[in-house]
Write a protein that binds this ligand. Sequence first.
Ligand SMILES: C[S@@+](CC[C@H](N)C(=O)[O-])C[C@H]1O[C@@H](n2cnc3c(N)ncnc32)[C@H](O)[C@@H]1O
Length: 267
Amino acid sequence: MISKISFVKKLIFILKKILIVIWFIFRPKYYEHFFYLIKRKFLLNQDTTINRDKAYKWASIKAIPYTEALEKLGLNGEVRELDNEIILEGQKLEAKSSVKMGGPGHIHLLYNCVKLLKAKKVIETGVAYGWSSLAILKALSEGSDGILYSVDMPYPTKKNENDVGIVVPEYLRKNWFLIRKPDRPGIIDAIDSIGGQIDLCHYDSDKSWWGRHYAYPILWKSLNSKGLFVSDDIQDNLYFSEFVEKHSFNFAVVEFDGKFIGLIRKL
Ligand SMILES: C[S@@+](CC[C@H](N)C(=O)[O-])C[C@H]1O[C@@H](n2cnc3c(N)ncnc32)[C@H](O)[C@@H]1O
């Protein structure tokens, strides 16, 4: 009986993989990403349970309250939560989506980062419903009237293309440019389109060690001096800790919902 169940489970797993391969075959703009996924199978797996446990432990020891993290990074000023009305409005818009996607991260932290930094040019990777985009765009609309470039590829086979960014209300979209591509080549496209240098980056797309290994250095290089790099889910692997320790960066870690966000300020 057990072996029958495990056989069916295996079959479903293989069928899902085949559907994903077919999904990629019919979408040439995702080929670069598809080949990277194949290549990753042959690279050393850095996302092991042991590494995840180490990363989690490292992040828990370093974590501090978010207001302290802002101060540590030299982001001083009044800290305010993102308006509850806009969150309720977003929740109503999200309810219209029939697809389940990644939920919101620490939107209040992100909102304050943009405001206190007085960011004008922002890039984010990973949109899903668009909660982080909403927080960034709201902060930009209240301050510098800056711009946001977001890079996102949909979940393969989920048919969620039309719902990406659904929580962002119409009146915040005028300064928003959504690049519907994978990180490769979407991040380079976003940096080129924004004019080379950015004030803030929020990373929330390919969170594998190899994904970060590709994206972090490119985004870091494009940050202005005094710019801010924010990355979600740093407990997934050791990339963030290795990155900050190798370069002795000025960083902070904040816990949210049992996960960790890493922030680095460029000097
Ligand atoms: C956790 S969700 C983003 C949540 C969003 N930042 C928020 O706070 O609401 C991750 C998103 O990144 C996208 N994604 C995953 N891997 C990607 C990649 N390699 N390139 C671009 N987007 C990717 C997923 O399809 C999904 O839309």
